[in-house]
Design a protein. Sequence first.
Lengths: 181, 343
Amino acid sequence: MSIETVSLSGRKKEVSNKKMTFAESLYLVAIFKGLMITIKHLFKKKVTIRYPEQARPLSPVYRGQHMLMRDEEGRERCTACGLCALSCPAEAITMKAAERTPEEKHLYREEKYASIYEINMLRCIFCGLCEEACPKQAIYLTKSRVMVKPSSDREDFIYGKDKLVMPLEMAIKNTQNQAAN
Amino acid sequence: MDQAIIIEKSVIIIAVFALTMLMAMYSTLAERKIAAWLQDRIGPNRAGKGGILQPLADGLKLFAKEEFFPNTPNKFLFIVGPGISMATALMTSAVIPWGDRLHLFGRDIILQATDIDVAILYVFGVLSVGVYGIMIGGWASNNKFSLMSAMRASSQMISYEVAMGLSIIALIMMTGTLSLREIAAGQSGMNWNVFYQPVGFLIFLVCSFAETNRTPFDLAECEAELIGGYHTEYSSMKMGFYLFAEYASMFISSTILAVLYFGAYNYPGMDWVENNWGINIANILGIIALFIKLCGFIFFYMWVRWTVPRFRYDQLMRLGWKMLIPLSIANIIITGLVILLAD
């Protein structure tokens, strides 16, 4: 077998320049074949997803909006070690650490916490490396379908702790569920 | 008597006009739906139930668009172009027999706007004037692309008119009449002309695709080469008229195909229905039968559009002059021989 006739995909077709016969040059047979192909599609299942009513199923590894987790007692887990900021390839994360006072024991789990924790959503690429780097399991990328809200102000895309920390009600519910199980 | 005839004809003319408009309107929706279905999509379904109000929304949008005039010395012709297209598309419907006759108010009402004895010649005449709509519009646009498209459209329509006329000659030799009414009446029972003139029908079908500027012969609107074709410079309802005229003429040419070759308003068992249930019911069923046939043709037009890619200009000309015209001449000769031998 010469190299010209090898077809790895099995779909290789030789181009032929042979002259068409009169019947062929009327194209009727070819058009009829094509019509039969298209009519089959008339009865096929439609692939459209009607968006606002139906949503595309999420992939199991989908990564959405970040969340700073609380532990079972409702305390923030983050200890402001900065590993997430270090691991972030887009350099989207910044934080400022602060020391916990004795009155704040019920608020923060570790002795050091993040007084400022900001993610720039214009830079974030949702790679999830922050989640992997975190030693305290404090930052997670949720399955939330909510996208970053549009705005004409760049400042609006820097998400602070007010938007990132897990809401208290959610933490309470989680703890209750765990207790029930 | 005279007054009654005027009223009767006016009612028929207005009904046919309204119907053509309605069909053209809903052809736009049908086209989009069928295109979607053939491509495994759903198609427009937001305006009204299942998209039933979509044509109205489209019309409203076109009305709301800016009325743009290109820098042309021929403003009058620029406006007349779409008007001619629309008028010729609508005028053809005057000679189409929509049914045999109804018996109402003690008189026979013939379901045809006018029964002229050279109806086929009239249809061809009006169709030829349709070229002017495109040609004038494209020329008055003062745009090279429009002009080029108009040239293509007119040369295409003129060359396919030859084959179309020749293919119809064989039919006329067979039926011996030029009146659409008599051709329709001659196909009662299952004596549809398509069974006697299959080749003629095929040629006529291909040519009517070319005459209505539909794919695969829509070179005139070849977006890749000519922007929008002859209506590049048109906007608002003037463009709406061009698009609308295309659908109206598709409706009319489907009707002519059904009348000439697919038995017009005749359906199997029409005589039985007439004898048992009366002439009115028989003919109302006949009108429905004609509509089913022509809707079938409209569907076929769309089906082909979403199957076959556009021909190249030289392929188009070769198909017209070298294939269809010799075929239709051969068809005439064979028909003539068969008629001679049968006598």
